[in-house]
Structure formats: C-alpha cells, structure tokens
Design a protein around this ligand. Sequence first.
Ligand code: NAP
Ligand code: MG
Length: 500
Amino acid sequence: MNNFHGIELAAGTAAFLARPRRMLIGAEWQDAASGETLPVIDPASGETFCRVPAGDAPDIDRAVAAARHAFEAGEWSRMRPVDRERLLLRLADLLEAHAQEFAELEAIDNGKPVTMARHVDVALSVDFLRYMAGWATKIEGSTMDLSVPLVREREFFGFTRREPVGVVGAIIPWNFPLLMAAWKLGPALAAGCTMVLKPAEETPLSALRLAELVLEAGYPAGVLNVVTGLGHTAGAALASHKGIEKVAFTGSTEVGKLVGKAALDNMTRVSLELGGKSPVIVLDDADPAQAAAGAAQAIFFNQGQVCTAGSRLFVHRSRFDAVVEQLAGIADAMKIGPGIDPSTQIGPLVSNIQRQRVMGYIESGLGEGARAAAGGSAGAGAGYFVKPTVLVDARDDMRVVREEIFGPVVVAMPYEDLDEVARRANDTPYGLAASIWSNDLSRVHRLIPKIKAGTVWVNCHNILDNAMPFGGYKQSGIGREMGRAVLDMYTESKSVVMML
Ligand code: NAP
Ligand code: MG
C-alpha cells in the first residue's frame, strides 16, 4: 500500500506497511500468544488498512520479564550515564532522519494533518529525546553533614543517590502517539530504567516503528518492549502487574483512576497525565483579531483532541461579539480533509466512536439551548469528520461546558469582571491549563495565581517546551512530565548514612 487518498507515501512508510507488524518483546518480533490481531483503521475513510497483534496478559508477562532481565542482568544495567546519553542522541538522530515517515504514519493512523505531525509531533519528539539525553549525565544526589544526637563521640556523614526506579509500564493515548511515547521513553532511558509500552489500540503504528529504531540505535534487548492490544486487557494487565516499579499513564481521567488504583494495590509508583477543560480568558484590552486567531488555534489544533485544548472561551462582554464573529469566520474557512493531504487543516477525528461522542456533545448543547455560530454538524463522506464548531448562548451548567469533549468544539461565553471569570474558569474538576489574552501586565499577574491549572499561557496557547514541567492540578493528574521535574518520577531517592 503506497497511496492514500491520492497522496503517494514516502518509501519508508510504504515499506513499513508492507512488513508484518509484530510486537517487540526482548530482542524478538513476536505475534500475540493468542494469535489474535486488531484492525488499524484509516479515520479519513473508515477502512482497515493493516492489522497489529492483539497482545494480552501473557504477552505483557513476557514483556515485563524481558524488561526485568534487561534492567537487572543485562548490558544496560552496567551502562555508564554517558553511554545512555549517546544512545538517546542516536535514537533522536534516527527519528529525525525518518521524520517524514513518522509524520505519515501519524497522519494515516490518527488522521491528523501530516504537516502538523511533521512540525509538531515529530519535531517535538526529536527535541525531547535530545533534551533528555543531556539529563542522563546530570542526575545528582546531595551530601549532608549530620547531627546525630546519640553516639556523640562518632561523626556521621550522609548522602543521597538517585537510582532508576526500575521497570516502567507506559500506557499512552491516541492523540499524540509518537510524542506521548517519547515523553515516557526519554526520561526512562535517561534514568536507566527499562520499559514496557502499550500504545492506544487506535494508533499502534508509530510505537512499533519507534521500537525498530530503538534496536537500530543499539539499545540492548529488553530495554524497550512494545505490546499492542486493548486497554481493558493488555493495559489493565500492565497497570496491575506485580513485576513493574512504575506506571506512567496518559489518557482520560476515568481510565486514569482505574490505573492509579490498580498501581496503588501493589504500591507501584504512578504518574497520571489526564484530561482537561481548559479556559481561554480574553480581557477587555485584547485585540479581537489576535484573540480570535489564538482561540482558534487553542481549540482546533489536532481537531481539538488535545488534553490542553482551550475548550471554554471566556471573552469580556465588551469584546464578545467581535471575537466570536472572527473566530466563527476562521472556523468556517478551515480546510477539512484527510490528514495525509498536506493542505488539510482539519483532519478526521481518530475513530467513529470519538466522532459519535463529539457529535453527541454538540447535539446535547444545541438541545439545551446553545446555538452554533460555526459548524455544529459532521463533515461529509465516510471519514470521521466533524466541522470546527463554535457554540454560544450556553449556560455554565450545560454538559458542553462541564465535560471534556475532546473534539473541535469550543463554547464561547461572555463575562463582566476578573473575579467572576477566575471563579468560572476554576469551576471545573480539571486543572490542566489556561490562557490569558491581554497586554495589561498588572491584571495578568493578578489573574495568574488565581487560576488553578498546571500551565498558564499568556497571549499564546498550547506552547510546550522541554524545559517546562507539564502536568495537572485537580483531576487533570498527578506528577509533572518534562523539565527537571520528570526525573523525580523515574528515579528513587536513596539516603545513605555512614558512621565514620
Ligand atoms: P483512554 O481511553 O483513557 O486511553 C488511554 C490509554 O489507556 C489507552 O492506551 C487505552 O487503551 C488504555 N486503557 C483503557 N482502559 C484501560 C484500563 N482499564 N487499564 C489500563 N489501560 C487502559 O484515553 P484516550 O481516549 O486514548 O485519550 C484521550 C484522553 O487522554 C483525553 O481525556 C485527554 O485529555 C487525555 N490526554 C491527556 C494528556 C496529558 O498529558 N494530560 C495528553 C494527551 C491526552 P486502548 O485505547 O487500547 O483501549
Ligand atoms: Mg482508547
């Protein structure tokens, strides 16, 4: 298969699709123990274009055993930090060399626009692996002069070491398949951990291709294992496995709670990056055109399937009509099409289930009295398209205002003053991100501490940087990824006390 929707695939993409797709367990490419497979569906047509193994608990057992062996006994366990750095840099170089191929795999698997996949998903993944490579040689403890009250005739000396946490079970979602894999793999490999990765059932391809590059880069067998399969089978087996030390999960809050409870039963360390309902807050001094363009990018990027999507737009009443009118104009003008087409701005949603879910929200909003200033319906054709939608005349208690839609749907609401907008922005169980649009520094600074969110952007939205910790307040998660902070989640602290 080398042609999708009239677009020729790169040779590397076509070659990958022509190979049998197996799971990487230890040094071997393996089918599921059951022999079962899962379909991989093109969201732009609804057609199955390849299959992957349907891994389950026995496959997870084998993968965990391979990761355990690599962590404790293999070459990896004796590798110097500088060698871990070199390997991560080599992996980043390989990913960069195959950037177009990965962008195409993401576009045909997830549906996202290939241009975005190339310049966001793949570019950020390459940069992130390089950023984490630098940390491999900079993991430090500290030394302390101790004040032990007993045995006063002896001196004591203390120090801490940070040691790799062990075997990591990573469970990731379908919205940024490669990037989410990189966010887990980078710190795990920098810290000296090994990993069993379970990609989302909807988007298994880039993880399998990444596993090929991990072997090509020269990583020892078992450092990365990839098991494709369903969440409630393979995912649940991994989250509750007694043979792992940490679970790194990104996905919905609902599943995150299940995963967190399963991990806690074994006292497995767990980090959770979950859902959001992030506010975009436009103050009365903001330029309506800039705010509308920003709000469009905040919600329509990746078809709104972004945990930090700006899905609630609060605009000061004096600017409300101007911002909504321009935002609706941008939404109506966006080019909808298959992700693999380089001119596409809005691709299909990832799955039929997701389209039905998003359309259900739009219908519930319209049924409760909201009005669509743009969109409000599914796109044409067999693909899972939903038109970019702007809802107005909504009340704060409507489901479209309260629940994560995870699609190209924003609810725009007017407000009167700063205290009111801070209260309404925080009136959600989530707390992942927010953006504030204004050039009035003093009011911006007064608002920032009031917003309960892990990230606050000013005059921008969805800007992530490897050096900035990322994670959620409230039900948006536990822990921080990226930055120096992520190392704490992939290492244990050991305190050593010596009597001299
Ligand atoms: P999801 O349904 O929660 O799935 C996430 C992962 O968990 C998938 O690999 C899924 O497997 C697996 N899973 C499902 N049930 C499981 C179980 N019982 N035990 C263990 N694993 C299980 O989320 P999604 O629909 O893929 O992704 C969308 C969600 O992710 C949104 O809520 C979004 O906000 C969130 N998200 C958060 C961040 C962040 O950093 N905060 C980033 C991206 C996305 P299958 O898919 O194979 O069933
Ligand atoms: Mg899923």
